[in-house]
Design a protein around this ligand. Sequence first.
Ligand code: AMP
Ligand code: MG
Length: 347
Amino acid sequence: MNVKETLLLSAEQTEKAGEILRGGGLVAIPTETVYGLAASAFNEQAVANIYVAKGRPSDNPLIVHLADAKDMEACCLDIPEEAWLLAKTFWPGPLSMVLTKRPAIPSIVSGGLDSVAVRVPAHPVARAVIAAAGVPLAAPSANLSGSPSPTRAEHVISDLYGRIDAIVDGGPCAVGVESTVIDMRKKPFRLLRPGGISKEQLEEVLGPIEVDKAVTGSLSENEKPASPGMKYRHYAPKAPVLAVCGPGDASARYIASQIGENDGVICFTGREAAFGKARFVLPYGEESNDAALAHNIFDALRQMDKLSPEKIYIQCPDDRALGFAVANRIKKAAAFHVITVKPEESV
Ligand code: AMP
Ligand code: MG
């Protein structure tokens, strides 16, 4: 692709970002989850350019970002009552709902599916850019396909500078993992991707929901995922990754017993001392602080990748609340190479 001149915009320059988007350009914007690479959802060519800039497979659908819940009507058909209820409870916020797509949304937005994922983001800059653009924005994460999602403007610069029209710097993203994706087209509603709104929070409103198989394990060659993105090895550092689950003291002792001097560990804060001989040790938050773990995990993966360790061990939180999303991203980075250490096996 041709090298583009990428404008670096401040968080105040949302009118300029809107103008570029109205003209069919690509702009990376901060959201409360991760940075998104936005284009007008109604502009087929602009959306096609997103796939090119990211190197994203064309069957991996994009999430459409709306200014307001009522804009669901412009993008979706057959919206169930429960979708309005979730919108009222969690929007603006990190929840994407998969609904039946209106023909007005080009099929390239949804990777050829007859459904579309929509959400109203909470970040004030994202909201101002959507308002300035005057149209819903299709926006996947603003990283190169296969690298960890970007949670800081510098991550976007390192992946997409010269490939897109502008980057709006809104500082680090508060949540740090992507939105939760739930399929609302039939009951029982199905969690396709854990994210910023927890399964427990959704179940308080909806009652029990199903969890798609691709969330907890890798699919075999010929299985078709409900959420196409789940089949790709996202969030992948160059070195092989092992996700180590179980209580922090046990997983730390297990990793310490395995680790070589050229390996890296992404560990719970406070456990660093356990890995005396490892060269690369990056703490990413306390075990009990799932919000900190979510906030830091992608940055830690990127930092570790730059250090070029031979192998990466990651202490993985349990599946409660936001920990479910963090654990899912770690297991995906590990291509589901997961070890669960029980306390008694830890010595
Ligand atoms: P990203 O914005 O990069 O986090 O990617 C969006 C992800 O949301 C995709 O990889 C899919 O897994 C999911 N998604 C988006 N649209 C749909 C849809 N129509 N049906 C199912 N999953 C979707
Ligand atoms: Mg992504």
